[in-house]
Write a protein that binds this ligand. Structure first.
Ligand SMILES: Cc1cc2nc3c(=O)[nH]c(=O)nc-3n(C[C@H](O)[C@H](O)[C@H](O)COP(=O)(O)O)c2cc1C
Length: 375
């Protein structure tokens, strides 16, 4: 289970880059600015939030804790953020809406069966979800070799290795054995149920539509009249096209390095997309955020907010809803302290002047000068 969450595609080069590239940016503190109060508030797709951090969509979260996505959603919402529920979640849309009724977006993939996509969107609308996210970087499953090595599937099989691993974590394993959530809650009848176990790769390759194209974004735009975001964009021209079609937000993301390995880190792709989109849409950063300083850098480079994936899943696995909330709170506390030490009173005031690329040329900020940090 840990490998399913922690792992990424290929040699996991991009997954590492997502995090390491934050280290190529320096923060530029301002002195003597009175930081006795710090304001982290912003708006995301028109909705006021307490912090510029969203819970990223993660499928099959019930594998790490019986509460599944409900635990992360509640933890994130309680901390003042928005949760993005994956269509591949263990919990259903209705379960999450009932148990964690705070602000939630729904993320969808394009199943070959468009009827299922239409149904999910109708259910999200009925549940009062605020926005829809289309993830565009999974025409097929990425090569996640840890999962291949472990024989990972839905529902998971018990192997000698997983049994031995489970014995070393008896508390966690007791929850795992008792849990009912080992399949995709919203699409339980599409395979991957107890009577029809499949590898995640086979599920994705059989169920998702690799012909996914701009026409499908157009189709979704017509189907959903609320705010729409496109997740999995790395090129500025793709961002521009998404906005032309009517997307209200672009999420710069390489799926946490879980799809194509050796692509650019999300943070290095961010400035180009921000430049291209201008004021036409909001831009979000997704991937590699592990510290409050990472959030501050992304917001300074033009992200409206950051999405955080694995850290919240680790928190949930360690201590349920309280663990997910704790992971979120650590990031928030670090972000508040970062702004304090930076001399920036409001997260909304962060811009390219507060960050630069590492090196002797870091004054004045290249980001402020030409909109690119030159990673
Ligand atoms: C266990 C796991 C499951 C994921 N499932 C989905 C999913 O169903 N839909 C999606 O758009 N992204 C999915 N992602 C990608 C995340 O939304 C996000 O892009 C990524 O985790 C961000 O990187 P980070 O983990 O470094 O924060 C998943 C990621 C993980 C770790």
């Amino acid at each position: 289970m840990f490998d399913f969450v922690d792992g990424a595609a290929g040699n996991e080069v991009t997954a590492r880059r997502n995090n390491q590239d934050f280290g190529k940016l320096v923060l530029r503190p301002r002195a003597l600015t009175d930081v006795s109060t710090i304001d982290l508030r912003t708006t995301v797709l028109g909705h006021p939030v307490g912090v510029p951090i969203l819970g990223a969509p993660t499928g099959l979260t019930g594998l790490v804790h019986p509460l599944g996505e409900v635990g992360i959603a509640a933890g994130v919402q309680r901390s003042g953020g928005v949760y993005v529920l994956s269509a591949m979640a263990s919990c259903t849309i209705e379960e999450v809406a009932q148990a964690a009724p705070g602000p939630t977006w729904l993320q969808v993939y394009l199943w070959r069966d468009r009827g299922l996509v239409r149904e999910l969107i109708g259910r999200a609308r009925a549940a009062g979800f605020l926005a829809l996210v289309l993830t565009v970087d999974v025409p097929r499953a990425g090569p996640r070799y840890r999962d291949v090595r472990n024989g990972f599937g839905i529902p998971p099989r018990v192997t000698l290795a997983s049994l031995l691993g489970g014995l070393r974590r008896p508390g966690w394993s007791a929850g795992f054995v008792r849990r009912p959530r080992m399949t995709i809650g919203n699409a339980a009848d599409r395979g991957g149920g107890p009577s029809d176990p499949v590898s995640l790769t086979r599920y994705i390759d059989e169920q998702f539509d690799p012909s996914l194209s701009w026409k499908d974004l157009q189709w979704l735009r017509e189907l959903w009249d609320g705010p729409l975001a496109v997740k999995g964009i790395l090129r500025s021209e793709d961002a521009e096209r998404a906005v032309q079609i009517g997307a209200d937000a672009v999420i710069v993301s390489n799926h946490g390095g879980r799809q194509l390995d050796h692509v650019a880190s999300a943070i290095s792709a961010l400035p180009g997309v921000v430049d291209a989109v201008g004021a036409g849409a909001e831009v979000y950063l997704d991937g590699g955020v592990r510290r409050g300083t990472d959030v501050a850098k992304a917001v300074a480079l033009g992200a409206r907010a950051c999405l955080v994936g694995r850290p919240l899943v680790y928190g949930l696995g360690a201590a349920g809803e309280a663990g997910a909330q704790r992971a979120m709170q650590i990031l928030i506390d670090e972000l508040r302290l970062t702004l304090t030490l930076l001399g920036c009173r409001r997260a909304a005031d962060l811009d390219g002047d507060w960050v630069a690329s590492v090196g002797p040329e870091s004054h004045p900020s290249p980001a402020a000068r030409d909109g690119a940090p030159g990673l």
